[in-house]
Design a protein around this ligand. Structure first.
Ligand code: NAP
Length: 294
């Protein structure tokens, strides 16, 4: 631990986005001994990191000037544009020798846009969304879907492994975002299938517990369903991976399917279900799709 702290002392990390994922990811970076500065639009949400020893920055531009590497973990394109642009935006403080890593889930098309905006300043850019939600983020067990320049990715290996257990190099910038959308389309389809099957069992007079016992005892048992078990039983869906983010990701996956010409039947159907449920379940967990069937 001491060895690692000394090794990481030189690199100054900036982290933007103190949401469900950002807080535990930033904490894990701090725990590995990095000099960390955080920024969040709503500054009060930086309090936990301040207590843990991070510096707080009032503007993204100052954070870019102070740090070598800046991580973005924000809702999506609108939030990222907001942080990058303007007179106090991140782009104003970037220069050669710095690196921006976007870990938020966005489309490959949007990744191309910010890659151009960032690299024109001389800074490097890595497209690196993550697989895993709140608990894996807390346990530093995320899967890092890195894409971009191979040498730059390799130079950030220690930083990535502060947050995750595995780095998958997906290829050129944008491919990480593409894999992430494919991953999350499958997640949305699986959650909907799980909810629909549970509802069929319940509508036939079978308890949720009995249904889950059967699923978890056979070949359909998996980590995702286990994570959502208590939510299904208690009919209570506190957000780990918010419903609104699933709706966004399914929408982005459909955009990617349109752009690439990929057939997407279940993805399209699932995206429309999440769109319909958005006004009622936006702030709940993705597993609240179960209520869609009630
Ligand atoms: P979250 O809890 O909703 O946090 C969103 C963050 O974005 C907050 O820091 C928020 O700031 C900021 N933000 C939103 N709109 C903004 C704007 N217009 N300008 C500036 N900042 C803005 O989200 P999360 O669950 O941590 O997810 C972050 C990203 O990771 C998303 O792209 C999501 O799809 C992806 N992801 C999430 C999970 C998960 O399980 N939660 C898993 C993998 C990937 P305020 O505090 O000021 O609102």
């Amino acid at each position: 631990m001491i060895k690692r702290r000394i090794k990481n002392m030189g690199e100054k990390i900036g982290f933007i986005g103190m949401g469900i994922m950002g807080v535990p990811m930033a904490k894990n970076i701090l725990n590995k001994g990095y000099d960390l500065t955080v920024y969040n639009r709503t500054e009060e949400k930086c309090a936990l990191l301040k207590e843990a020893g991070a510096n707080i920055c009032g503007y993204p531009s100052d954070l870019a000037r102070d740090c070598d590497t800046v991580i973005l973990m924000l809702t999506g394109p609108e939030a990222i544009d907001n942080v990058l642009g303007g007179s106090e935006g991140l782009l104003k403080g970037l220069a050669k020798g710095k690196c921006v890593i976007n870990m938020s889930t966005v489309t490959p098309e949007y990744t191309e846009k910010i890659n151009a905006e960032i690299t024109i300043t001389g800074a490097d850019f890595i497209d690196s969304p993550v697989s895993g939600s709140k608990k894996p983020a807390e346990d530093a067990q995320l899967i890092i879907l890195a894409s971009g320049d191979k040498d730059v990715i390799e130079s950030k290996e220690n930083l990535f492994l502060a947050m995750g257990k595995k780095i998958v190099n997906c290829g050129e910038a944008g491919k990480g975002s593409a894999v992430k959308l494919a991953n999350n389309m499958l997640l949305g389809i699986m959650m909907s299938g799980f909810a629909e099957a549970a509802n069929l069992a319940e509508s036939s007079g079978v308890s949720t517990e009995t249904f889950l016992d059967v699923i978890f005892s056979g070949p359909l048992n998996n980590f995702l369903f286990q994570l959502k078990k208590d939510m299904f039983i208690n009919e209570d869906f506190p957000p780990q991976f918010p419903f609104k983010h699933m709706e966004k990701d399914l929408r982005f996956a459909q955009k990617l399917a349109d752009d690439t010409g990929a057939e997407s039947h279940l993805g399209k159907l699932t995206a429309s279900m999440f769109k319909n449920g958005l006004s009622r379940f936006a702030e709940e967990d993705v597993a609240a799709i179960k209520k869609f069937y009630k």
